[in-house]
Ligand binder design. Sequence first.
Ligand SMILES: Nc1ncnc2c1ncn2[C@@H]1O[C@H](COP(=O)(O)OP(=O)(O)OP(=O)(O)O)[C@@H](O)[C@H]1O
Ligand SMILES: [Mg+2]
Length: 341
Amino acid sequence: MAEGKVIPKITPGEITVQGVSKSYGAVRFRKEVVHDCSFTIERAKLTVMVGPSGCGKSTLIRLLAGFEQPSAGTLKLDGAPITEPSRDRLVVFQETALFPWMTTWDNILYGPRARGELTREALEFGEFLLAKVGLQDFRGKYPGQLSGGMQRRAELARAMINNPKIMILDEPFRGLDAMTKELMWEYYARLYEENRRTNFFVTTDIDEAVFLADRILVMSNIPKAHRHLRERPRQRHQETGALDPARRGHALLLARLKGRRGLRRGLPKAHRPQHLMDALLTRPVVVGLAIAGAVLCSLASYLEARGKVTHKTGRILNWTGYGAMGASMLLFVLAGLWGKA
Ligand SMILES: Nc1ncnc2c1ncn2[C@@H]1O[C@H](COP(=O)(O)OP(=O)(O)OP(=O)(O)O)[C@@H](O)[C@H]1O
Ligand SMILES: [Mg+2]
């Protein structure tokens, strides 16, 4: 069967992210998770965003997928604003999403079947993907009977059968052991070469980023904007999509020598509060004071009842506790007045 016929034709999409920020919470306790991000996910390229855990990668993905709206800025797919989820932008999440009651084959076919589009072409494409991820012998098995790596491969096929304009992958190989991970990179790289769709791949693993990417974006923790953009040449055989072992070694070396240092360079120095009020009006201080106050009051009553402290010391402890709780409430009110709505 000619592969060109099996893979449905589609124009890959391009996403532009302009000045995007995302905050959670109210007023002063608002937490800005993504800060003023601007970048492009280029058409038919594999863009990898690498960043430490908790820097806001999954949040950015939820915005790209249209599950949430940004607090500021715009996200556009081929010039059209992203306002809601769409099958044009398909996300493979870091947690497994295979249905445990369905076989590998049924899981892969889930998308077309749910849309009532289980055509001959879809079945052929499903067979093609099943072979590409090396699961022909496991088509009748349930997710619980597959290894972690097999589950991730089935998930890739399940996403790709929907033929999105852009594939968004949120740490799809997280939690796999090092050897399985490298195998997954090869499966994924080959699948990407076959399809040549726009792919946005998010990871915390620098080796993975350097191994796979056409373009690398580095996202740092503070501030939450992406800091660097690196363009790098392809490292795969154009004909087969297989990775060149010699170049692969080079890529891993590059990751260790330049990538890690580069990432560290990208990380800013420790963030210091600019004003005393900024330091005081934080959640840990307000909550900490309230807890400390409550503990002091209880301790005072306990020690006084047991005769361990005099009545006067008990009262001092008690009032110190009330003071701490009062200060916490005052800071809480001030935070509301001080904060930007
Ligand atoms: N709905 C929410 N409400 C409040 N805070 C949130 C919300 N979603 C995410 N956060 C916070 O935003 C920060 C970034 O979370 P996010 O999941 O985007 O990080 P990440 O870079 O994907 O991390 P990881 O690599 O561990 O998956 C975290 O500190 C998290 O607590
Ligand atoms: Mg995440």
